[in-house]
Design a protein around this ligand. Structure first.
Ligand code: DGL
Length: 276
């Protein structure tokens, strides 16, 4: 752990989706240095087993810790679902994630107690949102798995007939459930909030896990006394995959940071010891 407030915040996602979180954090904490790590060589995480996601995620978080970050942000619902308990034990730095902040907000904003979550298959299988929402009395949760949403985002597609047809199919159970609140339970999905809102209509409130995670990160750093009041806001973007592709696909969000990504070498996924 770095002992200085001017050390960077480490932000991790399977790929590009966490850029929605990074963007919200930069808006709220513009003076902070950040190191963003996208494990694009292994994404998507959504169709993988929880054990596999845990192994990949811990390797990435270990790497960020070795780089001297003062705090960790798990900017991926799937990775949060797989690794949160291990990460809290393993890393002694302020740590925020996307699931609890979004679940709390959804419970607060829902007027009817009918809440839905759209997420990846691994997140749904983990039952993490059922646990998070289940703690609230009188709230009924509908879960929809939307695997192709990640595929569209990774191709940079956020509109068009094909996406609309897929969104209508995925979101039909949300409409049937009469939920008044939908958690975007994958950090890629805020990039599709246009089509999601269009399909669900104006009476359904969308809760972005990205925005809520940024709020939680602000609060956690403030409580810990780790906010950097006079930083320069230096940002590095690392990818385990192809940096040019990362910069190209991530440009909608990365553009605001200068549109450049660096390759991350020597990340060993095999050596992570996982506590179970
Ligand atoms: N962005 C990740 C999440 O929040 C999922 C994307 C993936 O499947 O890798 O769940």
């Amino acid at each position: 752990m770095s002992e200085t407030v001017d050390a960077p915040i480490g932000i991790f996602d399977s790929g590009f989706g966490g850029l929605t979180v990074a963007s919200a954090i930069v808006d709220q904490l513009p003076g902070e240095d950040i190191i963003y790590l996208g494990d694009t060589a292994r994404s998507p995480y959504g169709p993988r087993s929880i054990a596999e996601v845990r192994r990949f995620a811990l390797a990435c978080l270990d790497t960020l810790m070795e780089m001297g970050v003062k705090a960790l942000v798990i900017a991926c619902n799937t990775a949060s679902a797989a690794v949160l308990a291990d990460a809290r034990e393993r890393y002694h730095v302020p740590l925020t994630e996307v699931i609890m902040p979004a679940a709390r907000r959804a419970v607060r904003v829902s007027r009817t107690g009918r809440v839905a979550v759209a997420c990846t298959s691994a997140t749904a299988v983990s039952g993490v949102y059922d646990d998070a929402i289940g703690a609230a009395m009188g709230v009924e949760l509908t879960t929809v798995v939307c695997p192709r949403f990640v595929e569209f985002v990774e191709k940079g597609i956020t509109g068009g007939d094909e996406l609309l047809a897929v969104a209508e199919e995925y979101l039909a159970p949300v409409i049937r459930s009469r939920a008044d609140t939908l958690i975007l339970g994958c950090t890629h999905y805020p990039l599709l909030s246009g089509v999601i809102s269009y399909v669900l209509g104006p009476d359904v409130t969308l809760v972005s896990s990205a925005e809520e995670c940024a709020n939680a990160t602000y609060a956690t750093l403030t409580r810990a006394g780790w906010v950097n009041p006079s930083g320069q806001g230096c940002r590095r973007f690392l990818t385990t995959g192809n940096p040019d592709r990362f910069a190209q696909i991530g440009s909608r969000l990365l553009g605001k940071f200068g549109n450049h990504a660096e390759p991350l070498k020597n990340l060993s996924y095999g050596q992570v010891m996982v506590s179970v």
